[in-house]
Design a protein around this ligand. Structure first.
Ligand SMILES: [Cu+2]
Length: 149
C-alpha cells in the first residue's frame, strides 16, 4: 500500500509540471475538511464539510468532538485508498500535543478534543463511508457516505 501510494504521488508529481513543495503532493495546497463528531436530539452524527474527495489532492481532516462522550472516525475504504502523511493531536488551543505517522484506519477523539488527519487519496472509492465503530454508535446515526473521484 505504501509503495503504491508513493509511486502514485511520484507519477503525479512528474506529470503535473508544477513545483509544489519540491514535488511532494502530500504537502501541496492542502484542503481543510471539518469533520464534527457529536450528538443531538436526533441521535449521534458525523458531519463532514465535504463528502466528495479526489485522488492526488492533499486533505487535512480537522476532526472535532462536540459531545460529552468519546467518538471515533473510521475512514474504511477511504482509509485503505489513502496515503496518510500524519495525524496531529491538538490541545484545547489548537497547540500540538502529539504527531503520529504511518498507516492509520481509525482515530478516536475524546470529549471536546480535536485531531488533524493529513491524507492524500490515491485510489477512487465509489461507495465509501465515514463511520464511528464504537458499540452502538453506527446504529445511532454515525455514518455518512463519501466518494473519491
Ligand atoms: Cu461515536
Amino acid at each position: 500500500m505504501k509503495k503504491i501510494a508513493m509511486t502514485t504521488l511520484a507519477v503525479l508529481g512528474l506529470s503535473s509540471g508544477l513545483a509544489f513543495a519540491e514535488g511532494d503532493l502530500s504537502r501541496a495546497n492542502v484542503i481543510t475538511v471539518d469533520v464534527e463528531l457529536g450528538q443531538n436530539d436526533d441521535g449521534m452524527y458525523i458531519k463532514p464539510s465535504m463528502t466528495e474527495f479526489v485522488t492526488g489532492q492533499a486533505y487535512k481532516l480537522h476532526i472535532f468532538n462536540t459531545d460529552e462522550f468519546k467518538h471515533e472516525l473510521a475512514l474504511n475504504a477511504l482509509g485503505e485508498a489513502s496515503f496518510t502523511r500524519k495525524i496531529e493531536i491538538l490541545d484545547e488551543n489548537g497547540g500540538l500535543i502529539s504527531e503520529i505517522k504511518g498507516a492509520i484506519r481509525e482515530v478516536e477523539v475524546g470529549p471536546g478534543a480535536a485531531a488533524d488527519w493529513y491524507l492524500v487519496p490515491v485510489q477512487t472509492v465509489d461507495e465509501g463511508e465515514m463511520s464511528c465503530e464504537l458499540p452502538g454508535h453506527r446504529e445511532a446515526g454515525m455514518h455518512v457516505p463519501i466518494t473519491v473521484k
